[in-house]
Design a protein around this ligand. Structure first.
Ligand SMILES: [Zn+2]
Ligand SMILES: [Zn+2]
Length: 211
């Protein structure tokens, strides 16, 4: 199989080609193969959950056509080069990860550190799938339907009022909450971190505006 078009596609988006992109292309092709696809299926039939972002994902997308923009790729950032490939129609899923000794295999007989990068660039293009990857069948802990959700579903948070798409709301009895208001935010307002006295000096407390 000629991998060059995938490498060119990946490098185009990325301005350079590096071992992680090559790994992404190869791992993407291995994942498709595990699901029985010779080429990217139509109609968003394949969904990928990647366990890291960065160069690796550009290679993965180049080989599979799955992207965050098309909602066929999800990043679960475990900081690991690995991905789960899901057949949306059957829910079959395979996790593909590099073999633990892939770097050593790629750099056999390379003692000089400065040559390792180039050795990996070469080796990742030619090594056999079996040498490069472990492939295991897995079951997702949430249904693929709930992970993807359906287009057009939207509600508003009862606390902040912002719109929530794709059934990502949390319902507590009859109250609809976004994740931030439900108590699991990943940020905090910079203003709320200022002490209450400095808020009085900086802001316009309502009592001053009252007659
Ligand atoms: Zn790179
Ligand atoms: Zn909210």
């Amino acid at each position: 199989m000629n991998l060059q078009p995938f490498f060119e596609k990946s490098a185009r988006d990325h301005s350079h080609l590096c071992p992680r992109q090559i790994l992404g292309v190869r791992l993407g092709l291995a994942g498709m193969k595990a699901l029985g696809f010779d080429s990217p299926p139509d109609n968003k039939q394949m969904f990928i959950i990647t366990e890291t972002d960065g160069c690796f994902v550009d290679g993965l997308s180049a080989a599979t056509n799955c992207t965050v923009g098309h909602r066929t790729l999800r990043v679960e950032d475990y900081g690991k080069v690995a991905a789960v490939f899901v057949d949306v129609e059957t829910s079959r899923a395979f996790r593909v990860a590099p073999t633990l000794d892939i770097r050593q295999r790629a750099c056999v007989d390379i003692e000089e550190d400065s040559f390792r990068y180039q050795a990996q660039m070469q080796a990742y293009q030619t090594m056999a799938d079996e040498e490069m990857f472990s492939v295991i069948e897995v079951r997702l802990l949430a249904s693929i339907e709930s992970i993807i959700s359906r287009p057009g579903l939207r509600v508003n948070c009862d606390v902040c009022g912002e719109e929530i798409m794709n059934e990502r709301e949390i319902r507590r009895s009859s109250v609809i909450l976004c994740r931030a208001c439900a108590g699991t935010p990943y940020y905090r307002s910079a203003r709320s971190m200022i002490t209450s006295s400095s808020i009085l000096l900086d802001g316009k407390p309502c009592c001053r505006n009252q007659p």
